[in-house]
Design a protein around this ligand. Structure first.
Ligand code: ZN
Length: 1006
């Protein structure tokens, strides 16, 4: 049945129920156009022409109301929104929004900041003339609801404000650049909201302020439109995949809501909070036909208020019902998106007392109309998808726009119908955030003033400030009691019948100047979520986590964070800080300057900053006067005290002037020349590395695997080749071969007349297909052989092993191991290695399932696993620990297996060594810097299942290769701006590239 006849029936039903002359009650405004308002006939005809079947539309969008004064999107697009072949650049979208603003008092456009490449981001407010006139007064009312402290948590006052306020519903489009439909849908939506006089749309306009950022990833949008134009100019060719979206990251750009490293995240959050919006609704396009993942699947994030969970259910269920009633197929909620990670852009709202929403509609990755054939998993009927999408359908961008606009209009209408409830909830969620200390707790998180990693502590606190979290600084020292840690009951086997010891409560003193994040503030929720620990049960029925399962920022930054439940902490004298105090600089007198090494990334910045200074690293710990200095301490000469003081202050580093140089062995700390290598397969993982290096102001030459191959003498130009992970699971074969060139056409990533924005400032190639190639493999080999250092991680480490650059190292993939973006324990094995400088024995690291490295002392043999199962004796005489016997001859002595730990290379036996050129000499064996912790110490935060597969295996390896080194990472040390704790493992490798053998022990090996 077509939706029109269905709607007729519905209307008939309403008119039958409603008694004559009485208007429809609130919530029953009919979703139909106003018959008295003329429609734009030509525009409407095109909407219908581009919609591939009537049921892919709704009575809300199958026409366009006409206006004498307000231009339709056609004036900018040259056709209707969603027309085939048309994708506007961001500036065209803005041009239209500003035309709207000029033409009607119902639209207001504001600039909300710029991108990394300097392009503008905007927000468009659409509401009634009166609402936009009273924006400031309304904002003041909403601000009081957002921060209930301003009205002393007075519910009666809140009721009054709720009754008077107009809520704000914030919609964001095309953060994922290949998901291209939102900008035109939002142009047309803005027009409809401003012009349509139907009671349904008038309700929305009068009752809600709709705020729209039509393009979130502006840099990526312009590149995507370029690609699409290239496609239109070469319709028969394959067109290049969008390898760069924004400057740094691609799809991960909506996984930045914790780290807040990208401008788009900062701009959206600042806008969301400045407008005191209640909803943040982000538009995506990867699931047919409209998946409202707002409700999602378990497990839900543990820090969201149950009030929000209820709002998700209400909004999600009603949204599906509304569109289903229009006869639109394939609209559903729940689905396989779990709502655990708070890293997504829309989750900014969930973490700031609002409502997070996300749509996946169905996009064609451009504006072509295409026959789309779905997978059984997509068109299958299931409990949450009783009306699934069609297995096969002709699909157009207009269809996509119809779904987006219909979903949004019904959402806005439902939101308006229930706005008093949602506003009251908004206030309540804020109030409950403020009441956190006396409700569920904790009372505060404390960052001690004496944290040796002060500059990293400052970086973490800056993330909190970007989250609009209030930070205070204690003006005196204080004392809090900490809850007693309960002793775990021992398992069955170890049950000795003894009762667990009663745990005694502990306490802690904090010095004056310690930072306190109080939980009696409106945004306590986000601080609590980011600083607390996560536990994802291996028994959880959700077996495929959608994203990372852990993010504990104190662990990932390597900063001391104490969760304090003792409410006394709230009465400690303290002052609010809106900007972190500058600290660091030179203390004491003397010609030699020392900076103790605590693996602060700022040390690398200082090294590059002080180009002409002589910096050396102490190879052993030492003491000078009262000061104890750790291994790796920087000893600086050849720089004026005032220059050093200024540099150290800007970086938050503490410098001690010494009267004389300590009598300790040193080696130079260098500022190496870095070749930074990316593939044409994916730039996302490396993008996070690039972002970290740029923030640290570490220069590098950025080049593709193709360009690397063309450099005649790599050793003459570079000291280190940095080859960050590709995707984490790209095969060596794919990195070497690239995309086949035996068929198809060249895929250019170049500035052409059709692609003026494509290259950006980064890299270009006439054909993205060729990979590193065998020439490139040879280049990497000779670079290491001739003394260079190659640093790799995860899949590029697997490449290095596969092409024979890491003798004696093998890797395997996990079988049952499940570490899904979790934080795991690692242990320093070789404290004397310069790579380990500044670290304590225990290092928390981000891990996503390995790879699992093993080291051996012989080529071509796999390490024997000497687990307890290998040491059991065969069936025979005696007890388990007795020697066996053989009848008729004296027992022979069994030689002891040389005991080696799992992360170590086993020593070859005499027999194995005999005439065996495959035994690797000790000096050429892999040096284990860091290993994974024992099984029981592996989980720190998030999911760790069957951790024994990777427990104790090497996590960071330094492998001699020729006269150079290959450094391999199994963890990802640089990830999403969240892992500052492990940055220095990379930076230490860079700065000590020509001294990596320092502290190597090989005397006891043969
Ligand atoms: Zn997406």
């Amino acid at each position: 049945m077509g939706h029109k006849s269905w709607l007729g029936l519905l209307l008939l039903l309403f008119t039958t129920i409603a008694t004559g002359g009485i208007a429809l009650a609130d919530g029953e405004t009919s979703p139909a156009r106003d018959p008295k308002q003329p429609i734009d006939e030509a525009y409407t005809a095109k909407i219908r022409k581009y919609t591939t079947a009537p049921y892919f539309s709704s009575p809300l969008v199958d026409y366009l109301p006409a206006s004498k004064s307000v231009p339709t999107p056609e004036v900018v697009l040259g056709d209707v929104a969603g027309a085939p072949g048309i994708l506007p650049y961001a500036e065209d979208v803005y041009k239209y929004m500003r035309l709207l603003e000029k033409a009607t008092p119902r639209v207001k456009v504001v600039s909300i900041g710029t991108t990394e490449e300097g392009r503008e981001m905007i927000a468009v407010a659409v509401s009634s003339e009166a609402n936009l006139k009273n924006l400031e007064l309304n904002r003041q009312r909403l601000a009081k609801l957002a921060d209930p402290r301003t009205i002393h948590l007075d519910d009666a006052e809140a009721e009054k404000l709720v009754a008077e306020s107009v809520p704000v519903y914030y919609i964001t489009g095309t953060i994922h650049s290949p998901e291209t439909g939102a900008p035109t849908a939002l142009m047309e939506l803005a027009y409809r909201l401003a012009v349509d006089e139907s009671p349904y749309v008038r309700d929305i306009r009068d009752g809600v302020i709709t705020l729209i950022t039509p393009v979130v990833e502006v840099d990526g949008r312009d590149r995507m439109v370029d690609i699409y134009k290239w496609h239109l100019a070469h319709p028969k060719d394959f067109y290049p995949p969008l390898i760069y979206w924004g400057k740094y990251v691609a799809h991960d750009n909506n996984r930045d809501a914790m780290g807040m490293t990208l401008k788009l995240t900062q701009n959206v959050l600042n806008t969301y909070l400045a407008w005191n919006a209640q909803v943040l609704h982000d538009l995506h396009e990867s699931v047919p036909y409209l998946y409202d993942n707002t409700v999602g699947d378990a497990p839900y994030n543990a820090w969201v208020d149950p009030i929000l969970v209820d709002e998700w259910q209400m909004i999600g269920a009603r949204n599906v019902a509304d569109l289903t009633k229009f006869g639109m197929p394939g609209v559903f909620t729940h689905g396989d998106f779990d709502t655990w990670s708070p890293g997504y852009l829309m989750f900014l709202a969930a973490m700031h007392n609002g409502i997070s929403r996300l749509y996946e509609t169905f996009g064609n990755g451009g504006a072509d109309t295409r026959e789309r054939t779905l997978e059984p998993g997509e068109y299958g009927r299931t409990w949450y998808r009783p009306n699934p999408p069609l297995p096969k359908a002709l699909w157009s961008q207009r269809n996509n726009n119809n779904y987006e606009e219909t979903g949004l209009l019904t959402s806005l209408h439902y939101f308006n119908e229930n706005k008093r409830l949602f506003l009251k909830n908004f206030y309540l969620k804020g109030k409950r955030s403020i009441q956190k200390p006396s409700a569920e707790g904790p009372a505060a998180y404390v960052f001690p003033a004496d944290d040796p990693r002060a500059s990293v502590q400052a970086d973490l606190l800056r993330v909190m400030l970007k989250q609009h979290v209030e930070i205070s600084r204690a003006t005196s020292s204080f004392h809090v009691s900490l809850p007693a840690k309960k002793e775990k009951k021992t398992g069955k086997s170890g049950d000795s019948g003894e009762k667990p010891k009663p745990a005694s409560p502990t306490s802690r003193d904090f010095p004056a100047g310690s930072y306190v994040i109080r939980m009696d503030q409106p945004y306590s929720r986000v601080a609590d979520a980011l600083l607390d620990y996560q536990f994802w049960s291996p028994e959880d029925p959700q077996t495929t986590p959608y994203d990372d399962t852990a993010w504990t920022f104190g662990e990932l930054f390597g900063v001391q964070v104490t969760r304090v439940t003792d409410s006394k902490v709230l009465s400690v004298p303290m002052e609010r800080v809106t900007e972190l105090r500058s600290f660091g600089g030179v203390q004491g007198e003397g010609p030699v300057f020392a900076i103790d090494n605590h693996a602060e990334p700022a040390l690398a910045t200082l090294r590059y900053h002080l180009k002409d200074a002589t910096i050396e690293a102490a190879e052993e710990p030492f003491q000078s006067g009262d000061h104890k200095f750790s291994r790796g301490t920087f000893l600086i000469r050849g720089v004026g005290r005032s220059d050093l003081d200024a540099a150290a202050k800007s970086l938050g580093l503490n410098v001690v002037a010494l009267s004389s140089a300590p009598g300790v062995k040193t080696h130079p700390v260098r500022a190496p020349r870095i070749a930074y290598v990316h593939t044409w397969i994916s730039t996302q993982s490396e993008g996070w590395w690039r972002l970290a290096l740029d923030n640290l102001q570490i220069p590098y030459d950025y080049m593709s695997t193709q360009a690397l191959t063309k450099i005649p003498d790599l050793n003459a130009k570079y000291d280190v080749i940095l080859f960050p992970p590709v995707t984490g699971n790209t095969s060596a074969n794919a990195i070497v071969q690239g995309t086949p060139t035996a068929w198809g056409n060249a895929l250019p990533w170049l500035n052409t007349p059709e692609t003026p924005n494509l290259v950006g400032k980064y890299d270009s190639t006439p054909d993205m297909r060729p990979g590193l190639g065998w020439d490139g493999v040879a280049k990497l080999q000779s670079f290491a052989r001739n003394g260079g250092v190659l640093l790799t991680a995860i899949d590029t480490s697997q490449l290095a092993i596969s092409i024979g650059l890491a003798n004696g190292v093998t890797f395997s993939s996990s079988e049952k191991l499940k570490i899904v973006g979790s934080i795991v324990g690692t242990r320093l094995v070789d404290t004397a290695s310069p790579i380990a400088y500044g670290y304590d024995e225990k290092v928390s690291a981000y891990c996503d399932n390995g790879p699992i490295f093993s080291v051996n002392s012989m080529l071509g043999s796999r390490r024997r696993r000497l687990g307890p199962e290998m040491n059991t004796r065969p069936t025979g005489r005696g007890t388990k620990d007795d020697p066996d016997f053989v009848i008729g001859r004296p027992a022979s002595e069994v030689p002891d297996e040389p005991e080696k730990e799992l992360w170590e290379a086993p020593q070859p036996t005499d027999d194995q060594s005999f005439n065996n050129p495959r035994v690797i000499p000790p000096a050429n064996r892999a040096r284990v810097i860091l290993r994974y912790a024992d099984s029981k110490d592996l989980p720190i935060s998030g999911l760790v299942e069957n951790g024994n597969e990777i427990a104790q295996h090497p996590a960071v390896l330094d492998v001699p290769s020729g006269s150079g080194h290959v450094v391999l990472f199994s963890i990802n040390p640089v990830y999403r701006g969240e892992t500052e704790n492990t940055y220095s493992l990379v930076l230490n490798t860079l700065m000590n590239f020509d001294s990596l053998n320092v502290g190597r022990k090989e005397a006891d090996e043969k």
